[in-house]
Design a protein around this ligand. Structure first.
Ligand code: BG6
Length: 482
């Protein structure tokens, strides 16, 4: 097979601090919103528990609660086991490792003037370990967690003050890690603040009458913060690249009924709004009507237009797990990553109802590259599934290999069709706590972690069959997917 993937293609895997690290109050770390996510049991699989409606009372109760199980407080203990975990990633041949930094590990209250040295030193050790193996860290500055004290004090991103705190946080990271980290992302899945208003936005529902407006206002503050941070990154680390991150929702029309086709175009607009602002540097005109219809008034400061224009990102990174179907019919919806969808009769779904669609990945890459003409980076993709450990400690996860293979095949075809792709980091390369349901039994990893939904287990790491398969994929630079 002729070489398709470029020599410098960044093969790797992706994680996030709040689902991985544990050690939630160790070495000076402050509380994060993720630390209040209670395990809701198997029923949560159907109901998304990202906690967009948290109130102050519920937060305070969670902080007091010693009896409930809060899996994100403990993660998979990466905080203490990062050396072993990164060594396993190196054994697979990773070129890059996507991880996030926990803001309250660096600034425990979010608005502190001085950073927590122990927190900074932890990430120094993590990056040094990566670099020792030739693995480039790809760092998300904010991934589904927010300093809890800042949520209580300022109502998170609803306050414009949060922009200053975030810029100070990011600047601190750039200064500290300028010789170690070349690839940065600002906000994970910035487009779903409507689902993660509390988790990533720190927004508490108390006293908010128009939640949709509050979420778009918070999103505006994130846009401004992102643009300022992009500029800081370029000033402090001239050889760095910094991208935005979108939860990409490819939405097919249910039929060729023009109304269904229009519905899919409209769905694209709601999704691409976020990348339009971060890549083109301005609000798209189509949002004006949406804002008017929903009585949303975004407070813009006079300088915001210029800030957005000057802080456009270098590349577009995105997560892709599934596609969706939109249309006029009353057909019942199935589950999905963050959003439900009508059933697509041409596709199979995962056990969680996410509709598996490798060709949709290619469609979406082509569409985004045509729209923006900037490099793309697939920073999340993968299959959440329950794994079985055999008596001889093996995990035969052929279903995961099938899923990943079919998606990588489509990436290769997209590259051949002229799309520029920087790399591929499948989600949860090591099993970790689920973002939406806080369970462990929904696993994505190449590396199995012995931990169950109740927090019981030895935490031993095991290599799944997919571990050896991905090792070969990387070693052949994507030429051998068998
Ligand atoms: C993405 C998030 O939307 O999906 C991750 O960025 C998350 O944090 C991943 O873990 C998979 O979702 P879940 O709910 O299965 O963990």
């Amino acid at each position: 097979m002729a070489q398709t993937f470029p020599d410098h293609f960044l093969w790797g895997g992706a994680t996030a601090a709040n689902q991985l690290e544990g050690a939630y109050l160790e070495d000076g770390k402050g509380w994060s919103t993720a630390d209040t996510a209670l395990y809701m049991g198997k029923d949560a699989r159907k109901t998304m528990s990202l906690g967009d409606k948290m109130t102050k009372d519920r937060v305070l109760q969670a902080m007091e609660d010693q009896s409930g199980h809060y899996p994100k407080r403990h993660g998979i203990d990466f905080y203490h086991r990062y050396e072993e975990d990164i060594a396993l990633m190196a054994e697979m041949g990773f070129k890059t490792f996507r991880l996030s930094i926990s803001w309250p590990r660096i600034f425990p209250n979010g608005d502190d003037v001085q950073p927590n040295e122990a927190g900074l030193a932890f990430y120094d050790r993590v990056f040094d370990t990566c670099l020792k193996y030739g693995i480039e860290p790809l760092v998300t500055i904010s991934h589904y967690e927010f300093p809890l004290q800042l949520a209580l004090k300022k109502n998170g991103w609803l306050s414009r003050d949060t922009i200053d705190y975030f810029v100070h946080y990011a600047e601190t990271l750039f200064e500290r890690y300028k010789d170690k980290v070349k690839y940065w992302l600002t906000f994970n899945e910035i487009n779903i603040i409507g689902m993660t208003g509390y988790l990533s936005g720190g927004i508490l529902a108390d006293g908010i009458e128009h939640m949709l407006e509050a979420q778009y206002q918070a999103g505006h503050h994130q846009f401004v913060a992102s643009a300022l941070v992009v500029q800081k990154c370029h000033e402090i680390i001239p050889n760095a690249q910094i991208g935005c991150m979108l939860a990409r929702m490819e939405a097919y029309p249910e039929t060729c009924n023009p109304k269904d086709v229009l519905a899919s175009v409209n769905a694209d607009e709601m999704n691409f709004f976020y990348t339009d602002v971060q890549i083109r540097g301005e609000y798209p005109s189509y949002m004006q009507k949406f804002f008017a219809e929903h009585a949303i008034e975004i407070k813009f400061e006079p300088q915001d237009k210029d800030i957005l224009k000057q802080g456009t990102v270098d590349f577009l990174s995105f997560s892709y797990y599934m596609s969706m179907v939109v249309g006029e019919s009353q057909q019942e919806e199935t589950n999905g990553n963050l959003f439900g969808s009508k059933v697509n009769p041409y596709l199979q779904a995962s056990d969680w109802g996410w509709q598996i669609d490798p060709i949709g990945l290619r469609t979406t890459m082509k569409k985004m590259y045509q729209r923006y003409n900037v490099p793309l980076f697939i920073v999340e993709n993968g299959l959440g599934a329950e794994d079985v450990v055999t008596d001889d400690q093996k995990i035969h996860d052929f279903y995961r290999i099938d899923y990943l293979r079919s998606h990588i095949e489509q990436i290769a075809l997209a590259i051949e069709e002229g799309v520029e792709i920087m790399g591929y980091t499948p989600w949860g390369c090591i099993d970790l706590v689920s973002a939406s349901t806080s369970e462990m039994s929904k696993r994505y990893g190449f590396i199995y972690v012995d931990l169950d939904d109740d927090g019981e287990g030895t935490l031993e790491r095991l290599r799944k069959d997919s571990f050896y398969w991905y090792q070969k994929v990387i070693a052949t630079n994507g030429a051998d997917l068998s």
